[in-house]
Design a protein around this ligand. Structure first.
Ligand SMILES: C[S@@+](CC[C@H](N)C(=O)[O-])C[C@H]1O[C@@H](n2cnc3c(N)ncnc32)[C@H](O)[C@@H]1O
Length: 218
């Protein structure tokens, strides 16, 4: 799951994870975080998600990071959002009104890059990564964001033996193990979405749960 893997996915248009509409769990559960409009929101592994626009439209300043250049360019062009870009350390930093995206590797981000962030929205980042990288991901996220934050996390949970990832299965136990030292972890939703995703049934899945968690620093 390195840069070349994701570059190839984007080059070949194998981006089934991308949603044309704003994520319904984001719309339903973001208000439960009580993140006031001025709060800056970090969206790791953001792809070209329209969720960035929704968060901006709630009054948040949005900071994303995405490793594949064409994904970032597509976000701005497909949504008709005017943006500038310039080199910034190992990144190319794209900036528009209310949204900036670090095009580069999440693991190269520093606390300075996300200084002032008060909330995190993470859809499909954990499930994009194999188990060993998930630990590294959670540790790095925790290391760079400010001490007091809230987060909304959207993952998938299915019998891992039935299919190779990505998307990988991430259980509630794993989410708890990854984050419980820092956050109170609360699962707020678990829905079986297999019926609406027949291609996963065709790949052999017998159950596919989409799960939403709210994380708050202790
Ligand atoms: C499963 S997709 C999810 C995208 C987005 N969150 C969404 O909801 O559409 C994972 C994304 O993370 C990007 N990615 C993978 N590894 C990365 C890394 N180390 N740093 C930044 N982006 C990365 C991939 O290119 C891909 O666009």
């Amino acid at each position: 799951m390195d840069h070349d893997f994701w570059q190839a996915r984007w080059d070949e248009g194998r981006i089934g994870f991308h949603q044309d509409d704003v994520n319904p769990y984001l719309q339903r559960y973001w208000p439960t975080l009580h993140a006031s409009p001025g709060v800056a929101v970090f969206v790791p592994l953001c792809g070209k998600s329209r969720d960035l626009l929704w968060l901006r439209d709630q009054g948040h300043t949005v900071i994303g990071v995405e490793i594949v250049p064409r994904a970032v360019a597509a976000f701005f062009s497909e949504n008709d959002v005017a943006a500038t870009n310039r080199p910034h350390g190992s990144f190319t930093l794209w900036e528009s009104e209310g949204i900036k995206i670090f095009q580069g590797d999440f693991f190269d981000m520093t606390p300075h890059d996300v200084a002032g962030v008060g909330a995190v929205y993470d859809r499909a980042s954990l499930i994009a990564l194999p188990p060993s990288m998930r630990q590294r991901y959670a540790a790095h996220l925790r290391a760079i964001v400010p001490a007091k934050i809230k987060a909304l996390l959207v993952t998938m949970d299915y019998p891992q033996a039935e299919m190779d990832g990505p998307p990988f299965s991430v259980t509630e136990q794993e989410v708890t193990a990854l984050y419980q030292d820092y956050f109170k972890v609360e699962q707020v939703c678990s829905e079986d979405i297999l019926a609406e995703n027949p291609h996963f049934r065709e790949q052999g899945l017998s159950q596919l749960l989409e799960k939403v968690y709210v994380l708050k620093t202790r």
